[in-house]
Design a binder for this molecule. Structure first.
Ligand SMILES: Cc1cc2nc3c(=O)[nH]c(=O)nc-3n(C[C@H](O)[C@H](O)[C@H](O)COP(=O)(O)OP(=O)(O)OC[C@H]3O[C@@H](n4cnc5c(N)ncnc54)[C@H](O)[C@@H]3O)c2cc1C
Length: 310
């Protein structure tokens, strides 16, 4: 119930307008969001690289309703790639198709995405198309096959969510075409007809797809903070003799930093997803929904900081 309420709230623009002006909420957001500007995000990436971790930068924002907003987001991505190149950082970014204008004009969206992938490809960079709610799953996969040319495919990948009932088939077809996949559980509120209502099924399907991707996929990204699943993955690659250059783990900025350090120290590749930008509210609400204990943490820090110290 709480998760559903938080995910519902994540879509309420009026609540965002209210929350955005609240300095304590912004402060809490800074645990999960690397700032509002691209410079702040690049600084965060530099710091992570110093600790041996790779990054994927994400300009927060989704569902734009005007072509000009999509073009502005595209330009920010192009600037971001330049800044990453100037800092000798991995040119790896993640974006959402609705942020690039998918709901406004698919062809304009395709031109925006192609411009970003082409620029990333110049320095062997990589662009991940994040996966949004299930109404976009087929559209995102179709978009990829229609608009990402064979030459650009090594520089662009998709995301599959284990919460969706369709995903095992999707993973099989992406493995067959050797498209790079990031595997996650799925962050959106979905109806039972399309997604498993029980977490046990989501986790079981994750492990099933993860094993297929690790054995037969093209450099899969295992995106989770679930210790049991990570443990399963590390044992599986060891048993199968799959070397660390064939896959990577991915985690979110500010989430389970202890586990991030542990995996890196054990010799696995780890990439941190670094979100930034002014549109942080829906992202923050999805993180709260994943771990309601974060709400207690947020409330206690608000109370702590509101009480005057003697
Ligand atoms: C790199 C990356 C990219 C992603 N991209 C997408 C995407 O494109 N589309 C999409 O739908 N979803 C995406 N997600 C989100 C994902 O779908 C899950 O919602 C999220 O990762 C939580 O699931 P989990 O696998 O960590 O497992 P869970 O079972 O939710 O959590 C396992 C454990 O991880 C820790 N944990 C998880 N979340 C939090 C949190 N917010 N705060 C503190 N601790 C936490 C807790 O200890 C928890 O017990 C992405 C996640 C990652 C890591």
């Amino acid at each position: 119930m709480l998760r559903q309420g938080l995910l519902w709230l994540s879509e309420q623009q009026g609540v965002f307008n209210f929350v955005r002006t609240n300095s304590l909420a912004r402060k809490f957001a800074s645990r999960f969001v690397a700032g509002e500007t691209v410079e702040q995000a690049v600084d965060a990436a530099l710091e992570l690289h110093r600790h041996g971790m790779a990054t994927s930068l994400d300009l927060l924002g989704e569902s734009v309703s005007r072509e000009s907003e999509a073009a502005a987001a595209r330009d920010q991505y192009l600037d971001m790639l330049q800044l990453l190149a100037a800092g000798h950082l991995d040119e790896n970014v993640s974006l959402k198709l609705t942020q690039m204008g998918l709901d406004v004009d698919e062809n304009a969206c395709a031109r925006n995405v192609q411009a970003i992938v082409e620029q990333a490809a110049m320095h062997d960079g990589f662009v991940r198309l994040d996966m949004e709610g299930s109404e976009y799953t087929q559209r995102t996969i179709d978009f990829y096959f229609k608009h990402i040319t064979k030459e650009l495919q090594p520089h662009c990948g998709l995301v599959i969510q284990s919460s969706l009932r369709r995903s095992v088939d999707d993973v099989d077809s992406l493995i067959e075409r050797q498209i790079r996949v990031r595997l996650c559980k799925g962050a959106y509120l979905e109806p039972d007809e399309v997604a498993f209502p029980d977490k046990a099924d989501v986790d079981r399907t994750y492990v099933e797809m993860m094993e297929r991707l690790l054995s037969q996929g093209n450099y899969p990204a295992i995106a989770t903070h679930d210790e049991r699943i990570i443990d399963h993955a590390t044992k599986f690659v060891e048993q199968q003799g799959i070397p660390p250059e064939r896959y990577e783990f991915q985690m979110l900025y500010g989430v389970r930093r202890d586990l991030q350090r542990q995996l890196h120290a054990a010799g696995h590749r780890l990439r941190v997803y670094v979100p930034f930008g002014s549109q942080w509210y829906p992202y923050l609400m999805r993180r709260l929904a994943e771990r309601p204990a974060n709400i207690a943490f947020m409330l206690s820090s608000i109370v702590r900081e509101s009480v005057p110290h003697s």
